[in-house]
Design a protein around this ligand. Structure first.
Ligand SMILES: [Zn+2]
Length: 439
C-alpha cells in the first residue's frame, strides 16, 4: 500500500526507473511470499481515507463483524448499550425505508461508536451495497455503495506447458486467461500454444475499499508472441455512436479476422466451385468436388486465408504437395497441388502469409490451387459459410488510432518477463540431454 502512495510523490520522469525498482522489489518479495507476485500500479485513486459509509470516522471507533446465527438487529444493538425501548423506536422510525428483519446471518455489519455509544449501524448487503442506519440525534436510513477503486495491473507470462500454468502463482483471476483467449480467438489458436510463447497484458482490477477484489476491469493492451510472431491488441472505438470497441493490432488491423475470399493475392477467379454432385467425364460418374479451385500461373504465391498453425505440409497422392492450416477449434484450411511448399508443420502463419506456390502436383489438369475448407472436421463450401465479419478500420482513423496507442504500446513493450518463468523454460529445454551448468 505505502509503495503505491510513494509512487505519486516521485517526479514523472523518474517514475519509470522507480517502477522498475518497484517490480524488482516485488520479485524479491515473491521469492519468500509466492502468492504475492503482483505488479500493480494505480491509475485512479480517489479513496477518501477519513470517511467510511459517508461518515467522518476520525474520532470514532469502527467495529466490523459478521452476523451470527440467531442474532438480530435488536440483539446486536442491545449488546452494544442500546435499550430495547430505543431499538423499538429505531424500528418504528425506519420501517418504511428498511426492514431490519432482512438482516441475514453471515453478512457483515459495522458499528460506529463515539466512546461506547453506537452512532450508526451499517448493514453490508453485498460486496458493494450497504444500508447505514443513523442512530445518534435523528434516526434515518442511508443507502450507499462502497468506493470502488480501479488499479492498473501489468502482467506477463511465459508458456512452458499451458496458459493457465503461466498464470499460476501470479494470483491472477481466471478471467484474464479467458479474456486473452477471447481477444485472440481469431488470431491465435489457444489449443496450439507453443512452449516459449509469451504474453503481456495491461488491465484493470477493481477493488472495494482498496483491498477487496471485485473483478477484472478493462483491458488496455495485450501482446502475445506466438510461434515467434507478434500479436498486439489494443481496444479502439471506431464508431463513437455505437459506444462499442474492438481490438486492433499495432498496425490498425482488426483482430476479428474473417477468412480471405481467396488464397491468392490478386485473383479470385474460380474455375470450379465446391460441388457435391460434380460430374467428372474422366471417371464417367459423379464425384463430389470438396474444394474451390483458383487457377493461376505456375509459381504464383499461395497465401493463408487466415491466421493459424501449420498442421500438415507434405506430398500425398492425388493432393500432391499440400499444406493444411488449423485456425481455431472450428476451422482448418487446406491448399492442394502446390509446386513447392514454403512452410512446415508447427509454423505459425498470419493471414496473407505466403505458404507455397501454384503448381500441378497430384491429380490436376492445369495449374491451380484447390482450396479446401474444413469446419469441425468436415469439408464445407467456404463461399456459403457464415463467417465473422472483419471490417477493416477506416483509413482516415488509422493515424488517429496509431497515435492513441503510442504510449500504452511503449508501456507494454517495457514490461519484463519474470526471470523465474524464463528459467523454468530453459530448465525444461536443457534437462533431457545432459547437464549444462548455467551461466
Ligand atoms: Zn479442386
Amino acid at each position: 500500500m505505502s509503495n503505491l502512495h510513494y509512487y505519486y510523490l516521485i517526479p514523472i520522469k523518474l517514475r519509470k526507473t522507480y517502477f522498475i525498482i518497484f517490480i524488482l522489489s516485488f520479485y524479491f518479495i515473491s521469492c519468500s511470499e509466492k502468492k504475492k507476485a503482483i505488479v500493480q500500479k494505480p491509475v485512479k485513486e480517489k479513496t477518501i481515507v477519513h470517511k467510511k459509509y459517508g461518515y467522518v470516522i476520525d474520532g470514532l471507533k469502527v467495529v466490523t463483524d459478521t452476523i451470527a446465527n440467531g442474532e438480530s438487529f435488536g440483539s446486536l444493538l442491545n449488546k452494544n448499550n442500546i435499550s430495547f425501548a430505543k431499538v423499538y423506536e429505531i424500528n418504528e422510525a425506519i420501517k418504511d425505508s428498511f426492514d431490519v428483519r432482512k438482516l441475514r446471518a453471515g453478512k457483515q455489519y459495522t458499528i460506529l461508536y463515539k466512546d461506547t455509544i453506537p452512532e450508526a449501524f451499517i448493514y453490508q448487503q453485498n460486496k458493494i451495497d450497504y444500508v447505514a442506519i443513523n442512530i445518534k440525534d435523528s434516526i434515518y436510513v442511508k443507502k450507499g455503495k462502497k468506493q470502488v477503486t480501479v488499479k492498473e495491473r501489468e502482467l506477463s507470462g511465459v508458456i512452458t506447458s499451458s496458459l493457465s500454468n503461466a498464470l499460476d502463482d501470479q494470483d491472477v483471476s481466471i478471467m484474464v486467461g479467458l479474456a486473452l483467449s477471447d481477444i485472440y480467438a481469431w488470431s491465435i489458436d489457444f489449443f496450439r500454444l507453443q512452449k516459449g510463447d509469451r504474453f503481456k497484458i495491461i488491465y484493470e482490477e477493481r477493488f472495494i475499499n482498496d483491498t477487496v477484489y471485485a473483478g477484472m476491469g478493462n483491458i488496455k493492451a495485450a501482446y502475445f508472441q506466438h510461434g515467434k510472431q507478434d500479436f498486439y491488441a489494443f481496444p479502439f472505438v471506431v464508431d463513437s455512436t455505437k459506444n462499442s470497441f474492438d481490438y486492433y493490432d499495432d498496425k490498425g488491423k482488426t483482430l476479428r479476422k474473417a477468412f480471405l475470399k481467396a488464397p491468392l493475392k490478386f485473383s479470385t477467379r474460380i474455375s470450379s466451385r465446391y460441388n457435391l454432385k460434380r460430374f467428372i467425364s474422366y471417371y464417367g460418374r459423379i464425384k463430389p468436388h470438396l474444394g474451390t479451385d483458383f487457377p493461376a500461373a505456375k509459381g504464383t504465391p499461395i497465401i493463408s486465408t487466415a491466421n493459424g498453425t501449420v498442421i500438415e505440409s507434405t506430398y500425398r497422392g492425388g493432393n500432391g504437395n499440400f499444406v493444411k492450416i488449423r485456425h481455431n477449434g472450428t476451422y482448418t484450411t487446406q491448399y492442394l497441388h502446390m509446386q513447392k511448399r514454403k512452410v512446415k508443420v508447427g509454423d505459425v502463419v498470419k493471414q496473407g502469409d505466403v505458404i507455397g506456390w501454384i503448381g500441378m502436383t497430384g491429380n490436376t489438369s492445369g495449374p491451380h490451387v484447390c482450396y479446401r475448407f474444413w469446419k469441425n472436421g468436415k469439408q464445407v463450401d467456404p463461399l456459403k459459410e457464415k463467417l465473422p465479419e472483419a471490417k477493416p478500420m477506416d483509413a482516415l482513423l488509422i493515424p488517429i488510432y496509431l497515435k492513441s496507442i503510442q504510449d500504452v504500446k511503449k508501456q507494454l513493450d517495457a514490461i519484463a518477463y519474470s526471470q523465474k518463468q524464463l528459467d523454468k523454460l530453459n530448465e525444461k529445454e536443457s534437462k533431457p540431454n545432459h547437464d549444462i551448468s548455467k551461466n
